[in-house]
Design a protein around this ligand. Structure first.
Ligand code: SAM
Length: 277
């Protein structure tokens, strides 16, 4: 079959991936959902034309978004993922035996349905018996559970579209209220190369609410500029050093996260330190 090229174009920047087959193209109430087979990078998921993941490098993002905040906390029992409908962050969290509660709240049940149908290697985390799925806007759901979670991970789409309420100061205040003492949050925090104003704004929103806030860089070749960040925040924990480490069995299976990467992810080039103040 003749191949085609799919281009993500946003914020004055584009990147193009060669695809061999379209597996899914659906319009949900919130966004257009597309899954492709690519020539070199395995499967590709796009929401409203924006790359969410490829099989080639998704492990970098999912492991860092899950395990970095997890080990910054050390032993979270109750965990919530906001967004994350592809299931990748949940898959990583389900590798931990200790948590009793794994909640996921995505606004769009169609993303979860498409992931279960076309991306089983991502969505396998949904099968864990500890998982409860809530279909709701995460910015509203978070207000229903004050003082409940040890760890909240926000794996959202970008600030345009349904993800917009997950980037404001009010949301960070609600995240803080949802935590138990010692709680930690980790949020998808964009790229300082491409969206410096968004990064600055969300780090400021976190700083207005939490005592300890930092920005960890993650190398993901198929995200624009090849990187994305995780903003971690807590009132009680020093986040830059893990409070616990993966057991040897899990450590041997991880492909990106380790203790040294945890610490190194917080090292900042001068322009990023300058941006974050
Ligand atoms: N890692 C991805 C990225 O940044 O490219 C994000 C992946 S995940 C598929 C993003 C999920 O966030 C989507 O399933 C979308 O439906 C969900 N989402 C967007 N806005 C939301 C909101 N306000 N509340 C809950 N989920 C939301």
């Amino acid at each position: 079959m003749q191949t085609q090229w799919v281009t993500e174009a946003a914020n004055g920047y584009g990147q193009t991936i060669e695809v061999t087959r379209q597996l899914c193209c659906r319009q949900s109430k919130f966004q257009k959902i597309e899954v492709y087979e690519t020539r070199k990078l395995g499967k590709l998921l796009l929401l409203d034309g924006i790359i969410q993941l490829t099989s080639y490098d998704e492990f970098a993002y999912q492991e860092m978004m899950a395990h970095l905040p997890y080990y910054a906390h050390g032993n979270p029992e109750r965990i919530l993922v906001i967004g994350g409908g592809d299931g990748g962050v949940l898959r990583e969290l389900a590798r931990h035996r200790e948590p009793a509660v794994l909640d996921l709240c995505d606004i769009d049940s169609e993303v979860i349905r498409a992931a279960k149908e076309f991306l089983p290697e991502m969505s396998c985390g949904f099968d864990d018996p500890r998982v409860t799925v809530h279909i709701a806007d995460g910015s509203e759901f978070i207000r229903r559970k004050p003082g409940y979670y040890d760890l909240v991970i926000v794996d959202s789409t970008d600030p345009g579209g349904p993800g917009a309420p997950l980037f404001g100061e009010e949301f960070y205040a609600d995240l803080k209220r949802a935590l138990r003492p010692g709680g930690v949050v980790g949020t998808q925090a964009e790229s300082p190369w491409l969206l410096p104003d968004v990064v600055r704004k969300l780090v400021d929103a976190a700083r207005s609410n939490f005592k300890f806030v930092d920005y960890a860089a993650i190398s993901v070749p198929t995200y624009p500029t090849g990187m994305i960040g995780c903003c971690v925040a807590s009132d009680d924990k020093i986040l830059t050093v893990p409070a616990a480490l993966p057991d040897p069995e899990l450590a041997g299976k991880l492909r990106y996260y380790n203790e040294k990467v945890h610490e190194a992810a917080f090292a900042k080039p001068q322009f990023v330190s300058g941006l974050l103040g």
